[in-house]
Design a protein around this ligand. Structure first.
Ligand SMILES: *Cc1c(COP(=O)(O)O)cnc(C)c1O
Length: 388
């Protein structure tokens, strides 16, 4: 049997030999050089660190062509911290949020509103159906009280791509404010502040930017944020105060994740070296296509229509063969150095395989070989699910 790790070690010198390959929605496989960037200590009030924070903030703005009209406000923590901070800061007690929901991350925004006591409603579509800009338009006409709209760019629950361009156009035409959870797309799929009007785009260090976990950030329209003083129901998750603090002396209000920011600075160099957002998106698309065609050769069936699939994470229906056991499949892959993810769909039995992070098509091929051997070992003849 082919040793996947040996293959990938040869072909992906960026990875540390003993680390698993993370075919997950994050955290992800990072380059050795990004990991190495953390082998130092920084004083949080020292000029070098202040400069590094400023540099990272402005580079994040550049990635979505956001100029002086927008600001980048970083926040300690995982992606959810940044979402909670953004909703808490942008929405006042008098505002009302409309959430376009087709998966767990849309639902999480509703939960955040419950905690914060913010008024909201949802337009829910099935997990394998993209959000509908026409339904959004009707809802905005029907409900003048709605001040803000939130949408998830790629719902990582399934890997579905939501049409944020069309949604932004509707929201802007009706004079409302748009918040985009771009956690799993930022750095790989194009978002352009020039033609996609938004008030906030939220992401984190550890997904398509290929940094390490520990930092979230929001890119917020400056004129909007200027009006948000006093909204936040939280001290540490107040992005208005976080922004004022950074603007006043370049320092973070509370202990910054220094090593995470240093790793992100390096990861952003590597994004540039790769050729920027479009080149990274192209590599992930190659990974996605390699995985998809290899998985269908093995008989697996995707939970999504091809047209709705983002090149981020793939969801497969659990095979009908009674010999298939997800835990065994997982363990076999894990023993060979590949970590996949359980499914998260509420209406079907599934599992997920990510195609993002510092991995290329040879790593996908190696993973497919190991999946093939796992099926053989379990005595599964093909990966086809029960007919739907
Ligand atoms: C990963 C992710 C998040 C944030 O998750 P954390 O575990 O808090 O980092 C939010 N939204 C989407 C779409 C995601 O993929």
């Amino acid at each position: 049997m082919l040793s996947a790790r040996a293959t990938s070690e040869r072909e992906s010198p960026v990875s540390v030999a003993s680390d698993p390959y993370l075919l997950t929605p994050g955290p992800l496989t990072t380059s050795a050089t990004t990991k190495k960037a953390m082998l130092h200590d920084w004083g949080s009030r020292d000029t070098r660190f202040i400069e590094m924070t400023a540099r990272v903030r402005s580079r994040l703005l550049e990635l979505i062509s956001a100029g002086d009209d927008h600001v980048c406000v970083p926040i300690q923590g995982s992606g959810t911290f940044a979402i909670e901070a953004t909703l808490g800061t942008l929405l006042s007690d008098d505002d009302k949020l409309l959430i376009l929901l087709n998966g767990a991350y849309g639902r999480r925004m509703a939960t955040i509103c419950d905690y914060q006591g913010r008024d909201y409603q949802v337009i829910e579509t099935a997990e394998d159906v993209p959000c509908d800009p026409d339904a959004l338009e009707r809802a905005l006409i029907d409900d003048p009280e709605t001040t803000h709209v939130a949408v998830v760019h790629c719902e990582t629950t399934s890997g579905i791509l939501n049409p944020i361009g069309a949604i932004a156009e509707v929201v802007s035409r009706h004079g409302r404010s748009l918040v985009i959870d771009a956690m799993s797309t930022f750095g790989a799929l194009e978002i352009n502040a020039d033609n996609t009007p938004f008030d906030a785009v939220i992401a984190s260090s550890n997904k398509c930017l290929e940094g390490v976990p520990g930092l979230g950030f929001a890119i917020i329209r400056r004129s909007t944020l200027e009006d948000c003083s006093g909204n936040a129901p939280s001290l540490s998750l107040d992005l208005y105060e976080q922004w004022r603090g950074l603007e006043s002396n370049g320092q973070w209000r509370f202990t910054p994740p220094t090593h995470v920011i240093a790793a992100l600075d390096q990861a952003l160099d590597e994004l540039d070296q790769e050729g920027g957002v479009s080149a990274r998106g192209a590599r992930y698309t190659d990974n996605c296509e390699t995985l998809m065609s290899g998985m269908s050769e093995l008989g697996f069936v995707s939970a999504l229509d091809e047209a709705d699939q983002a090149p981020i994470i793939l969801t497969f229906l659990t095979p009908a063969d009674p010999h298939f056991d997800f835990n065994e499949f997982y363990d076999h892959l894990s023993n060979h150095g590949f970590l996949i993810y359980p499914g998260k769909l509420t209406n079907a039995d599934t599992f997920r395989v990510g195609c993002i992070g510092r991995l290329d098509t040879s790593d996908m091929q190696a993973a497919l070989e190991v999946m093939r051997s796992a099926l053989t070992e379990m005595g599964v003849t093909e990966g086809a699910p029960h007919p739907r």
